[in-house]
Design a protein around this ligand. Structure first.
Ligand code: C2O
Ligand code: CU
Ligand code: CU
Length: 429
């Protein structure tokens, strides 16, 4: 539904059964009973209201990941929608075109609730992007990649975290599955034209990191990251995505013959089933008017000299009340505590350090990476909202807090780490 100023959507969270594995029914929780949920296509600057109705037996929270959203609609982890209740999330979308996604964000239960299926794409388009000759329409394909583990009866159980001594520690690293799903299907096959495609890759996994690659010699051109188009295209041989990260790539299937199968593989999956992601079958010749322009967009490079504050955050394991968990600056998440008060409009540098790998995500404020492990990032400039801290690495990011005052969170996007309290509140003042 739509009126002069606003687009309206209603998503009903419900329990359903999905056909994921051949011959088996898998109970899921989905927006509109689907996993992934429906893809919302929204426009920059166009107010979009999503009414979420919760018909599940548990409270939920919905967050638009990558959204530049007022605090009351951002899905703070304790802003619960009770079973039987509903809530209108209001997204002004004063932001550029980008591949966003929505997912559950309930405090302490994000891992299990996303695992059951509460996630979907939310694509924002704008005029700058629409004016480019990039592949579009049927050749613009969102691909949500996530791993799951199944029982032989088709269920996707989530281990109970407090299931006796040791159960919590058993998945300190985060929950992994051995079956890779793309848009909810195991190792799917997509028939493509002999033409360029834009693939919007999203790592929607709880904890698995991927290095995605085509067969040797196969080229992907990265055109966008979390926060939309890069300044220029970036040809690569592999795309590394930690949980929560996105990369839009253009693949030209004209490099292959009709009838050829082109595998997208995960190089971090070794030789196991986790190395298979999906495949494309080049089905037919087709006309292709698309192109990848040498200039994609203009992006203001934030200048470190304009930063008013530098803040340090360490992401490490820690121990509290005899429980091990994950902490930021040695403190577990506490909704009553505010750890940083950036001023609206100000530029800040945040220095993030890690023990093991942690994909760190900031709500509200897209950022630019200044350095990772002491090196400037490779490739053209772009905006990010999630950045992977590799083992014992320091990553410096720079951001300007704009738009809204209020409370937001920063957290590890390994969802088990997030649920084990690796989250911190900042308040824009
Ligand atoms: Cu994708 Cu705070 O989450
Ligand atoms: Cu987010
Ligand atoms: Cu982590």
């Amino acid at each position: 539904r739509s009126d002069g100023t606003t687009d309206y959507y209603e998503l009903v969270q419900r329990a359903a059964e999905a056909d994921i594995l051949p011959g088996l029914r898998t109970p899921i929780w989905g927006y509109d009973g689907k996993f992934p949920g429906p893809t919302v296509r929204a426009r920059s600057g166009r107010r979009t209201v999503v009414r979420v109705r919760n018909t599940l037996g548990a409270p939920t929270v919905t967050h638009l990941h990558g959204g530049h959203t007022p605090p009351e609609s951002d899905g703070f982890p304790t802003d619960l929608v009770a079973p039987g209740a509903q809530r209108d999330y209001v997204f002004p979308l004063e932001q550029r075109a980008a591949t966003l996604w929505y997912h559950d964000h309930r405090m302490d239960y994000t891992g299990p609730q996303v695992w059951r299926g509460l996630a979907g794409f939310f694509l924002v388009g704008d005029e700058e992007e629409a004016a480019l000759p990039l592949p579009s329409g049927e050749r613009d394909v969102p691909l949500m990649i996530c791993d799951r583990a199944f029982h032989t009866d088709g269920t996707m159980p989530y281990p109970v975290r407090d299931d006796g001594p040791g159960a919590r520690e058993a998945f300190m690293g985060g929950l992994l599955g051995d079956v890779i799903l793309v848009n909810g299907a195991p190792w799917p096959d997509l028939a493509v034209d002999r033409a360029r495609y834009r693939l919007r890759l999203l790592n929607g996994s709880n904890a698995r990191t991927y290095e995605l690659a085509l067969p040797p010699g196969g080229k992907m051109v990265v055109i966008a990251s979390d926060g939309g188009l890069l300044t220029a295209p970036h040809p690569v041989e592999l795309v590394r995505l930690a949980p929560g990260e996105r990369a839009d790539v253009v693949v030209d299937f004209a490099a292959y013959r009709v009838g050829e199968h082109v595998e997208l593989r995960n190089l971090l999956g070794e030789e196991g089933p986790q190395s298979r992601v999906m495949r494309f079958t080049v089905a037919r010749e087709a006309r292709d008017d698309s192109a990848i322009p040498q200039t994609l967009s203009r992006i203001e490079r934030l200048d470190p000299a304009t930063a008013s504050v530098t803040r340090d955050f360490s992401f490490t394991s820690g121990s509290l009340h005899g429980h091990t968990g994950w902490m930021i600056n040695d403190k577990p998440f506490d909704v009553r505590r505010v750890d940083a008060r950036p001023k609206l409009g100000q530029v800040e540098i945040w220095r993030l350090t890690s023990d093991v790998s942690h994909p760190v995500h900031l709500h509200l404020a897209p950022f630019q990476v200044l350095s990772a492990g002491g090196e400037p990032p490779e490739g053209p400039l772009g905006w990010k909202d999630t950045v992977e801290l590799r083992e014992t690495q320091t990553v410096e990011i720079i951001t300007r807090f704009t738009g809204y005052r209020g409370r937001y969170v920063m957290h590890c996007h390994n969802l088990e780490h997030e649920d084990m309290a690796m989250m911190s509140t900042f308040e824009v003042v």
